[in-house]
Design a protein around this ligand. Structure first.
Ligand code: FPP
Length: 253
C-alpha cells in the first residue's frame, strides 16, 4: 500500500514560490512559470487527496502581490479562473471540498461567480479540504478577525480561544506542516496565526519543478520529527526530584 500521512498530520500549507525565477532561467516571461505552476498544483492536490491529508492550503496571490506589474496580476487572476474551470469536474468527482480564502471582493465578478459556484457545489464533500489563498494576507486576516470579534462582543476582551473562530476558515484549525519551495527561508505573511506550531520545511526546488514524489518525501521526513508544542519529553518524574525543586514557592524566591 502507498504512503498515508500520520493522523497528526492533518493540515499542510504550501508557499508555491520560484515560478518567476524558473521561467527567467529559461529566458521566458515570468508568467510562464505561473502557468506551469498551476498544472503542478493540480498534481499536488491529487496527491494530497491520495495520501489522506484532511486539508491543503496553498498561497496563490498575497496582499503584497498587488505591488507586481498589472500584466502579471492579470495573468494570476486569469489562472485562478482557468484553474477553477479546468479542475471543477475532478474536484467534484474526487469528493474534494474547495474554498478560496482572502478578499473575494478583489476578484473580478465572472471569476468570483465560478469560485462561489464550485464552493457551493463542493460544500458537502467529505474528502480533502482544498483551500486557495488569493488576495490573502496573514496580518490582514488577524486584524479582520479581531474587528469582527469586537463588533460582536463590545463588552469583552478577545482571547486566544476566541480568535480562531473569526478567521477565514475556522474549521481548518492549525497548520501541521508549512512548506515553501523556491529556496527562500520566509513565511511571507502566510497563515501567521495558524502556523504558530507548524513544522517548517524549505526546499530549493522551484515550484514548476516540484513533483508529487518530492512532496511525499518531504511529508515522510517531517512525519519522523518529534512535535512537542513547547512541552518536554518526560525524562524524570516529579517523585525523583527533591521537594524544594518542585515547590512553586521556590520559583519566587
Ligand atoms: C510566487 O512565485 C508565486 C506566485 C506569486 C503565484 C503562485 C501561483 C501559482 C503557482 C499558479 C496559480 C494557481 C492558481 C490556482 C491561481 P514568484 O513569482 O514570486 O517566483 P520568484 O520568487 O521566482 O520571483
Amino acid at each position: 500500500m502507498g504512503f498515508k500521512v500520520p493522523q497528526d498530520m492533518k493540515h499542510v500549507a504550501i508557499i508555491m514560490d520560484g515560478n518567476g525565477r524558473w521561467a527567467q532561467s529559461r529566458r521566458r516571461p515570468r508568467v510562464w512559470g505561473h502557468v506551469r505552476g498551476s498544472f503542478v498544483l493540480s498534481d499536488i492536490v491529487e496527491k494530497a487527496d491520495q495520501i489522506g491529508l484532511k486539508s491543503l492550503t496553498v498561497y496563490a496571490f498575497s496582499t503584497e502581490n498587488w505591488k507586481r506589474p498589472t500584466s502579471e496580476i492579470k495573468v494570476l487572476f486569469t489562472l485562478l479562473k482557468k484553474f477553477v474551470t479546468r479542475e471543477r469536474s475532478r474536484i467534484l468527482r474526487n469528493n474534494i471540498r474547495f474554498k478560496v480564502m482572502g478578499d473575494l471582493g478583489d476578484i473580478p465578478e465572472h471569476t468570483r461567480k465560478l469560485v462561489c459556484e464550485l464552493e457551493k457545489d463542493s460544500a458537502n464533500n467529505k474528502g480533502l479540504h482544498f483551500n486557495v489563498a488569493f488576495s490573502y494576507g496573514g496580518r490582514d486576516e488577524v486584524v479582520r478577525a479581531v474587528n469582527k470579534f469586537m463588533v460582536e462582543n463590545p463588552d469583552r476582551l478577545i482571547s486566544e480561544k476566541d480568535l480562531p473562530q473569526y478567521l477565514y476558515l475556522p474549521e481548518e484549525g492549525d497548520v501541521d506542516v508549512l512548506l515553501r519551495t523556491g529556496g527562500d527561508l520566509r513565511i511571507s505573511n502566510f497563515l501567521l496565526w495558524q502556523s504558530a506550531y507548524a513544522e517548517l520545511f524549505f526546499t530549493n526546488t522551484k515550484w514548476p519543478d516540484f513533483t508529487t514524489d518530492e512532496f511525499e518525501q518531504i511529508l515522510r521526513s517531517v512525519a519522523t520529527r518529534e512535535r512537542r508544542f513547547g512541552a518536554i519529553k518526560e525524562t524524570c518524574t516529579e517523585a525523583s526530584l527533591p521537594s524544594e525543586m518542585i515547590s512553586t514557592e521556590s520559583l519566587h524566591q
